[in-house]
Write a protein that binds this ligand. Structure first.
Ligand SMILES: [Zn+2]
Length: 149
């Protein structure tokens, strides 16, 4: 049972139900959203992290990056800002981490399961009316402008 899920990632809850028959979702305890450090001193090397509990090895927690550092170079300046990952990206990262619950190493089996989970996630995403990352980007830009008025 999930004990905790970050508010930002609350929307992925129904997606987990879709894959209960493929991964032991019931052993997932926490899903936490993470932002890269704002001072850009830390290299972001991954999109997500899965951890197995030391004491109760069947339990897992997942951390997903919800923002990435966008670097624009306009000579001689370098601009860096934090940008949110799209829903498609987030679901792909989630599929990757969830697959580790069944196949701990990055084996072909792990990748196949990841593809299967991603496929199921995309079916639900499409059914929810999601059009594209481009459209999602536009919507979040509109929201951003509204919030900053
Ligand atoms: Zn991995």
């Amino acid at each position: 049972m999930l004990e905790y899920i970050s508010e930002q990632l609350e929307w992925i809850r129904p997606y987990l139900v879709d894959v209960e028959h493929l991964v032991p979702v019931k052993n997932l305890r926490r899903i936490t959203a993470k932002k890269p450090r704002k001072d850009f001193t830390q290299n972001q090397l991954c999109h997500g992290i899965i951890t197995r509990y030391a004491r109760y090895k069947k339990y897992f927690k997942i951390t997903l990056y919800t923002y990435f550092i966008d670097v624009t170079k306009i000579h001689p300046e370098v601009h860096m800002r934090l940008r949110p990952y799209s829903k498609i990206d987030t679901l792909c990262f989630l599929a990757h981490e969830l697959s580790h619950m069944v196949h701990w190493d990055h084996t072909p089996q792990h990748k196949s399961l990841e593809a299967e989970l991603t496929h199921l996630f995309m079916i639900r995403l499409r059914a929810s009316g999601y059009v594209s990352e481009e459209e999602e980007g536009e919507q979040s830009w509109i929201q951003h402008c509204r919030q900053n008025k």
